[in-house]
Each structure stands twice: as structure tokens, then as C-alpha cells.
Design a protein around this ligand. Structure first.
Ligand SMILES: [Mg+2]
Length: 291
């Protein structure tokens, strides 16, 4: 189906435009599609608990120009509201609605796959809230899914329950494949490591929804009502942000303020559209980041 958008062009109609969330074919005064941004959080906007210098100005420019954007994180521990509060402490004012976590992406995936289903969850409020909000019932009695997310308080009992439910046929989903996460004291075991434990016991691999699965990007685009062709993905990792942005059909920007370095780019069989030091380099040119 197509429709005539406000600019008079005939455009493909999407579920989001029908729902009135946004018009996918809005163009600017130069008749070019308005750019949207997806940006990774850690290593791009914040580093541990600190602001990446210039990230506040970058986001301020997006908001001043009404450029649609979402901030992405593979971490499923916190709800967008909790993340918003943490980000505010570092000096970043990001609306709750502009935060997209792997927990939200997982909930959105399950809502598509099996609406109003049931799940046994090993995870924190970021994940349980997301699943409740899409109408899921959380139970350990014959659930459709075992859903594993990030947590700092894994219990042997909960893992045992998860293993038994997977053995009995519950489908195994995990929010993100990261094996470790950062902390001030050193690495922390993350979702991927605990998933490996359940896999070892059951012989079953989980389906991972978060990056590098491009599904995380596609659900973010849908949330934004944006098209991949007019969206730029910014990230600090070649092996998650850049690859998933690329596979979802977006142009990508690698920032070297986080994990991947300029030298490491050449080791991969794919490249980002551009490499910059940090998002500070985009201030003043967010409308035309590749010029
Ligand atoms: Mg990152």
C-alpha cells in the first residue's frame, strides 16, 4: 500500500505511519529524507559512569533539529526510566522513550512471535517490566519460553529451574550474547556466560535478540518509524554495532572513544561508512555526517 505524505510524495505505508506514530517519508527543505540516528550508549555517549566529552552537545543538536534518535544498549538489567536517571547523573538528558534496550527488543520479538505468552525469566526489572508491558505472564509452570537476561544475582535455584524447563520443551531466549561486561573492579560475567551454563546442561542454544542480531536494529527502526536507508548507526564496536547496523541496511559510523580502534577496522571483512574519534566530531554536521 502507499499513501501521499505531507510533502506530496507517494510513499510506502508502514504499520507505524498507519498508527500515526510518524510519517516515514518526511523530507527536509532540500527534499532529502530526514536523517534518523541509532546510537549505542556505552563507549559512545558514556564511558563507565562518565560522559564522553561532546556527547551532550551532540544529543542537544539532535533534539534542537528534531532529528529522531534512539539510544541503544545490549544490557537488559535496567528499565529505560532507570537508565534515564543514571544518564542524567552523568549530564545527559535523554527521554525515556528514546532508550531502546535488548530487553525491550526481546519483548517486542516475543510479542510478534507469540502474543500474550508465558515466560520463566532469569533477569532483573529491565526484562520483567518489558515482558509485563507486552502482556506476558511470568511463571515457572510450563512456560512458552525461558528468557535469560543480565543480572548480578544469579541463583543456582533459578538456573536449575531454567534448565529443567528448557529440558521439558520451553524455548530458550537470551537478551544478549555478551560474555562479559565492564565494571570498575574488572570484568563481570554477562548473559552469554550464563547462557553457556544452561546450554552445557541442556544441549540447547538460546536465540539471542540483542546485538549483533540485526533484529535489535530492525525493532529500533520500527519503534522510531524510520527507514534503514535514512538512518545512521553509531557504535564503538566493529563486531556488534557496525556489523548489525550494516546487516540492517544502515550507514554506520565507528567512534574510537570505546572498544574498537582505527587500526582494528582493517582486520574485519566489512567496514563502517566512516570512522571518527567521537560523537563530538558530529556536532555542527548531524544533518550531513558524511560530507
Ligand atoms: Mg558500546
Amino acid at each position: 500500500m502507499s499513501h501521499e505524505c505531507v510533502t506530496g510524495r507517494i510513499c510506502a505505508e508502514s504499520a507505524d505511519s498507519r498508527a500515526g506514530i510518524t510519517d516515514n517519508c518526511l523530507v527536509n527543505a532540500d527534499n532529502e529524507p530526514i536523517l534518523s540516528y541509532l546510537t549505542d550508549m556505552d563507549g559512545v555517549l558514556v564511558s563507565e559512569e562518565h560522559l564522553v566529552p561532546g556527547a551532550d552537545e551532540f544529543l542537544a543538536e539532535l533534539r534542537a533539529n528534531e532529528t529522531p534518535f534512539l539510544v541503544l544498549t545490549n544490557n537488559s538489567i535496567r528499565t529505560p526510566r532507570d537508565l534515564q536517571a543514571r544518564l542524567r547523573k552523568t549530564g545527559l538528558d535523554i527521554p525515556e522513550e528514546a532508550i531502546w534496550t535488548s530487553a525491550l527488543a526481546t519483548a517486542s520479538f516475543l510479542d510478534d512471535q507469540r502474543p500474550n505468552g508465558t515466560a520463566y525469566v532469569v533477569g532483573e526489572s529491565g526484562l520483567t517490566t518489558a515482558l509485563h508491558e507486552i502482556g506476558y505472564v511470568l511463571t515457572d509452570s510450563d512456560p512458552d519460553y525461558v528468557v535469560l537476561g543480565e543480572t548480578r544475582t544469579y541463583s543456582f535455584e533459578a538456573i536449575t529451574t531454567a534448565i529443567r524447563l528448557v529440558e521439558r520443551g520451553a524455548r530458550f531466549i537470551a537478551t544478549n550474547p555478551d560474555a562479559t561486561g565492564p565494571s570498575r573492579e574488572g570484568v563481570l560475567p554477562a548473559t552469554g556466560s550464563v547462557a553457556a551454563l544452561i546450554t552445557r546442561a541442556t544441549g540447547r542454544e538460546p536465540y539471542y535478540v540483542g546485538k549483533p542480531n540485526p533484529l535489535m536494529m530492525r525493532s529500533a527502526l520500527r519503534r522510531l518509524g524510520a527507514h534503514s536507508q535514512s538512518t545512521v548507526m553509531i557504535g564503538d564496536r566493529m563486531d556488534t554495532d557496525v556489523i548489525s547496523g550494516l546487516e540492517a541496511g544502515m550507514r554506520t559510523i565507528l567512534v574510537t572513544s570505546g572498544i574498537s580502534t582505527r587500526a582494528s577496522v582493517e582486520q574485519y571483512p566489512y567496514r563502517p561508512t566512516s570512522v571518527i574519534d567521537s560523537v563530538a566530531d558530529l556536532v555542527g554536521r548531524t544533518g550531513k555526517p558524511f560530507d
